[in-house]
Design a protein. Sequence first.
Length: 304
Amino acid sequence: MGIADFEVVDARFASCFSRSAELEKLWTGARWNEGPAYFPALRSLVWSDIPNDRLLRWDETTGVTGVLREGDDAYANGNTVDRQGRLVSCEHGSRSVVRTEHDGSRTVLASHWNGKRLNSPNDLVVKSDNSVWFTDPSYGIQSDYEGFKADSEIGTESVYRIDTDGSITMVTDALPRPNGLAFSADESILYIVDSAGPAHGGRKAIHRFDVAPDNSLTGGDLLAESTQGTFDGFRLDTAGNIWTSAGDGVHCLDPDGTLLGKIYVPEVVSNVCFGGLKRNRLFITATTSVYSMMLPVNGVDTFS
């Protein structure tokens, strides 16, 4: 697509991008792309086209994109790779968190809490202790566009943890509409997006929670509010900077929440992840297309 359009808001952003970098369009043809996850062993990117009920896979070695799975009423949203290299997905259709095993079979990790169906799991991360953390807003049950219209059985939009013994714990219900989430490199902080606007009691912002040794959360202080559109999915680099989706592209935030700069993208961005051989390629899912850009920074890892 040519040289990328950057905006430097803070001088610290200068070390985070290369002015010669190109914003590459890898593929187009979706209704709403989401949930990018990079598989190092396969050198492939997997993501969701939610309204079309399909998972897509782009091969980094050939540049070819194909359908990984479709038409199974899953309406997958967020995806990640667990510590054993398996795909773990949030599904609006089944209202579940589902793991795809190495043989292609699927294991439901969570579908209910306290005997009630989840709303529509949205985004997720895997911690180093193999626990799976996910957000559960109601986007997937609001209409038939990204799932199946239904009433919430739980009545709250919360964040949950699935432990290795299969138990499910609500870790916070403090945010009106929790969305993207990611851990700091040392896993002492969990950042969570609240995508609710003022009309729903939110501020379209990223909040910071402290993670105790027993995996309980405290805090939840406001870190940064979006200056354009809504924050959605995001990832961290090794310096602790937050690379987050926004209405006009990708915003880079300092760990203290200061907006450092922007990469402008010609579509509304939903999510990002780091990948490539050195984890210095930023993959960007936008409304109809998937983009990437090489950066002079490295992502924390492929799990958060």
